[in-house]
Design a protein around this ligand. Structure first.
Ligand code: 13P
Ligand code: SF4
Length: 396
């Protein structure tokens, strides 16, 4: 079968400044309307408390583990993206779900909640650079390439939660499912019961780590599809012989950790254990003692022996809170240079106060609403994930 040339599509809005201009179709770069209180306002904590109290049971605040302390203080529940998706669905009494997290999480919450519930993202510029690495037009073009190679019918798409609703809907339409870092193994096993190959979107590292370390496939079973190259940069033969086709996306935070960081911390703190998130590169995960989602990292460190030392490879807000919550253990950040997730940190106390006070005054701001057909098919893919057996414990 011939390989039709498919024009590579550039990722849209690569240079849009955070918080300026607007592109509702992107995971980032949307203006924040309204008058934000000044970050220096000494009354912010009291204002947040008063607005939350005034809203009572009408509001439920979800906080991802990477959020700032000042925001986590007001969360009704904290969790990883899997737990927060479950929690969004489990609170039908709340008129407003305020999502202290990023745009793709708020979209999923909107899809999983009742039509009369409103999901609010306090700063619309809180996107995700990884989710931005896969645009729906690029994914459609990739699927055409797989069809040209004669494998689309036997390929099951699996998309990481960190993707737009449009890509979740694509996955649902093509017989696939969503996964999170808590259940990527179960999702891949589920997919291989239904097809011969998996197209894993958009995080190549989570896909590779899961396929090789959890399912026992080889590195050679995986190929990387680069949406910026004709045919993904792959020959039809490479596509046909692969078991897992990994999208060329990554997390800008977890991608910073290198195998040298692991060597360096082991030399600096003898006996230290290293635990990392599966969004880290394969070579880093291979050198670590344990790997798991944010929820698993917390559980592992909480249960660890007093006096033990841990280097943690995930977002810094979480690592700092882990260090404070575990004074009997030595907790260090895996990289010597500081790195927060810039978009998670967009949600700060001024944005939270503004959102809560607006809701309390009867003005709905920053509502995240997914279009009906997209929401329907994305829900199909999300429901397939939620029906999988529970997350597997972190592996030693
Ligand atoms: P989890 O919440 O699944 O651990 O993922 C981390 C992350 O990068 C969320 O953006
Ligand atoms: Fe996206 Fe990485 Fe930030 Fe998570 S930590 S929101 S994957 S950029």
């Amino acid at each position: 079968m011939g390989n039709t040339f498919i024009e590579p599509r550039p990722t849209p809005l690569a240079l849009l400044l955070l918080g300026h201009d607007s592109d509702p179709g992107s995971e980032r770069g949307v203006d924040c309307p309204g008058d934000l209180p000044a970050p220096s306002d000494p009354g912010l904590v009291e204002r947040a408390r008063a607005a939350k109290q005034a809203l009572g049971d009408r509001v439920y605040i979800l906080g991802h583990h990477y959020q700032r302390d000042e925001v986590i203080a007001f969360a009704d529940v904290t969790g990883d993206s899997f737990k927060l998706a479950q929690q969004a669905a489990a609170h039908p009494e709340a008129e407003y779900i305020v999502f202290a997290g990023v745009h793709f999480m708020a979209e999923s919450a909107d899809i999983l909640t009742a039509p009369d519930q409103m999901v609010i993202l306090p700063d619309l510029a809180a996107g995700c650079s990884m989710a931005d690495m896969a645009a729906i037009a690029q994914v459609e073009a990739c699927w055409s390439t797989l069809a040209e190679a004669g494998v689309a019918e036997t390929t099951i798409p699996i998309t990481y939660m960190n993707s737009t609703a449009a890509i979740k809907a694509f996955t649902g339409r093509h017989g696939g499912a969503v996964c999170t870092s808590s259940n990527a193994e179960q999702s891949l096993r589920w997919a291989f019961e239904r097809g011969e190959k998996v197209l894993f979107l958009p995080d190549q590292h989570l896909g590779r780590n899961t396929a090789v370390r959890e399912l026992g496939l080889s590195l050679d079973d995986c190929v990387v599809f680069n949406p910026h190259k004709p045919g993904g940069g792959l020959t039809p033969e490479q596509i046909r012989s692969a078991r897992v086709i990994l999208w060329k996306g990554h997390c800008s935070v977890h991608g910073r950790f290198t195998p040298e960081c692991v060597d360096e911390v082991r030399e600096r703190v003898p006996g230290i254990k290293v635990i990392v998130h599966p969004e880290c590169q394969y070579e880093v995960v291979e050198k670590a003692d344990a790997v798991g989602s944010t929820e698993k990292i917390i559980a592992t460190i909480t249960a660890a022996e007093p006096g033990s030392a841990w280097a943690v490879g995930t977002e810094l807000n979480l690592v700092k809170r882990l260090a404070l919550a575990n004074p009997d253990k030595q907790i260090v950040y895996l990289d010597r240079t500081v790195c927060y997730c810039a978009t998670m940190n967009r949600i700060d106390l001024p944005h939270l106060v503004w959102a809560l006070e607006s809701l309390a005054a009867g003005t709905v701001v920053n509502r995240i609403e997914v279009e009906a057909d997209t929401a329907h098919w994305a829900r199909v893919a999300l429901d397939r994930m939620l029906a999988l057996p529970g997350p597997v414990a972190a592996r030693d």
